[in-house]
Ligand binder design. Structure first.
Ligand code: NAD
Length: 419
């Protein structure tokens, strides 16, 4: 990653702090992770050798509840990247008003070079190394780039061995057999769907508005299917191999079947277009669901949609954001539009802690309700302070964390004075 994500996160916090007139000591608290751990992660390679790689776990804020955030296995993972991502997680959980703080973890490793047994050895070793800092009441990891259900199952199992008792609420994103929640797989798509429907209604877009989706993976593919079923016309989709277009609306079931059979959407029977032209297609709604930084200044000038819902994390660059704002294109930012996953992660943790199993319908209804309320909160802050939605989201999230910090420190001071 070329941009310093931590600096970027702090810059956004500062802008919100200025808008809120925040006290310096609260701002300083937000600038620094509450706790930060760097560990050695030794694991056994298949040739019998022991290898050691660096690992991290950062809890940026636990003011609103236990820290929550993913675990990334990637060669680009650094202490500062993890700190930046943890900071943004604090804002994300606060924007959707979960009783959680923000955290993130990772290992600097290329998992594609590892066998299944090496990956398991690595994941279990990492869990042992950070075991003293995580827990259902402390800091709760989840999947992120290059990690998924089986990694979380290994982490939950290793944590149970270390602590001597099963505590499934220590991680989320587990298989349902290991205590995972129904509806977790499609949670990000379902959350973004609610954002699209509610925002389209608010903006008085037609019921069969045209949608373009960049990225046809875990987030993009189920979202395309959901929106098509809702009556929207999904006129363009893409993946890493290329983009397709049909102004009448693509048959998303058939596109998904083609991708499953042949590896890409480009084999579907539709007009093949250049990937850069996808973002400039004539449509009302654009959903970037692939890459960070996908929409830069040049793309922003060409966007024809009236609404952008950021299913991906950080898909719009700062320069592009300013252009979209000038062009009066509404952007629902990632901290809300991609928050479905962390919301259902929270539901998983709550089910584990209460020893409950919620039905898929109950999970879906609660997710929809949470997204709708959060979106209403966001529009209200934007209107009251005359802000764009991205700035409003930072003000909303940072304001909630700051309130929790003030309350906590206030109590500390009161206790000190009483003693
Ligand atoms: P994924 O790997 O399942 O899918 C990514 C998709 O993007 C794939 O279809 C891939 O082919 C496509 N893609 C890659 N490069 C592309 C390019 N240059 N042009 C067009 N398409 C391209 O990943 P995902 O889980 O769907 O995540 C996508 C984004 O959503 C990421 O930014 C991620 O951080 C964010 N997100 C995902 C979740 C989740 O629960 N899956 C939650 C929050 C945020």
């Amino acid at each position: 990653m070329t941009i310093d994500l931590h600096q970027l996160a702090l810059h956004s916090i500062d802008s919100a702090a200025d808008e809120l007139g925040m006290a310096d000591w609260v701002r300083a608290t937000l600038h620094q992770p509450e706790r930060s751990l760097a560990v050695q992660v030794p694991y056994r390679a298949d040739d019998g050798a022991i290898r050691v790689v660096p690992g991290y776990r950062v809890a940026h804020s636990m003011a609103r509840g236990p820290a929550k955030g993913g675990t990334r296995f990637h060669m680009d993972v650094t202490a500062t990247e993890v700190a930046g991502l943890a900071t943004l997680m604090s804002v994300k959980t606060a924007v959707v008003d979960l009783p959680l703080g923000g955290g993130k973890g990772g290992i600097t490793v290329d998992p594609k070079q590892l066998s299944e047994t090496e990956l398991e050895s690595l994941t279990r070793s990492y869990t042992r190394a950070i075991a003293g800092s995580i827990g259902p009441d402390l800091d709760i990891p989840a999947p992120d780039v290059n990690t998924g259900q089986r990694h979380m199952d290994w982490m939950a199992d290793e944590f149970a061995r270390v602590t001597g008792r099963p505590q499934p609420g220590v991680v989320t994103g587990k298989s349902t057999a290991a205590g995972g929640s129904l509806g977790r797989d499609t949670a990000t798509a379902a959350g973004c769907r609610t954002v699209v429907i509610a925002s389209a209604r608010r903006m008085e877009l037609p019921a069969d508005a045209r949608v373009v989706i960049q990225g046809f993976g875990n987030a993009g593919a189920p979202l395309a299917a959901m929106l098509a079923a809702d009556g929207f016309r999904v006129v363009g989709v893409s993946d890493s191999r290329g983009a397709i277009h049909d102004p009448r609306g693509l048959d998303i079931g058939a596109v998904a079947a083609t991708k499953a059979a042949h590896g890409s959407v480009i084999h579907h029977d539709a007009e093949l277009i250049a990937p850069e032209d996808l973002l400039a297609l004539d449509c009302e709604i654009l959903v970037p669901a692939a890459l960070e930084g996908a929409i830069d200044a040049a793309e922003a000038e060409r966007v024809r949609a009236r609404l952008i819902a950021e299913a991906a994390n950080g898909p719009v660059t700062d320069r592009a954001d300013a252009i979209l704002h000038d062009r009066q294109i509404t952007v629902v930012p990632d901290v809300l539009a991609s928050a479905g996953g962390v919301i259902v992660s929270c539901f998983e943790w709550q089910q584990n802690q209460r020893e409950e199993r919620w039905s898929a319908r109950y999970v879906a209804d609660r997710l929809e309700q949470r997204m709708r309320h959060s979106l209403d909160d966001l529009w209200a802050v934007a209107a009251a302070r005359d802000l764009d939605l991205r700035t409003a989201a930072m003000v909303l999230g940072v304001g909630r964390i700051a309130a929790a910090i003030e309350e906590r420190h206030g109590l500390d001071v009161a206790r000190e004075l009483a003693s």
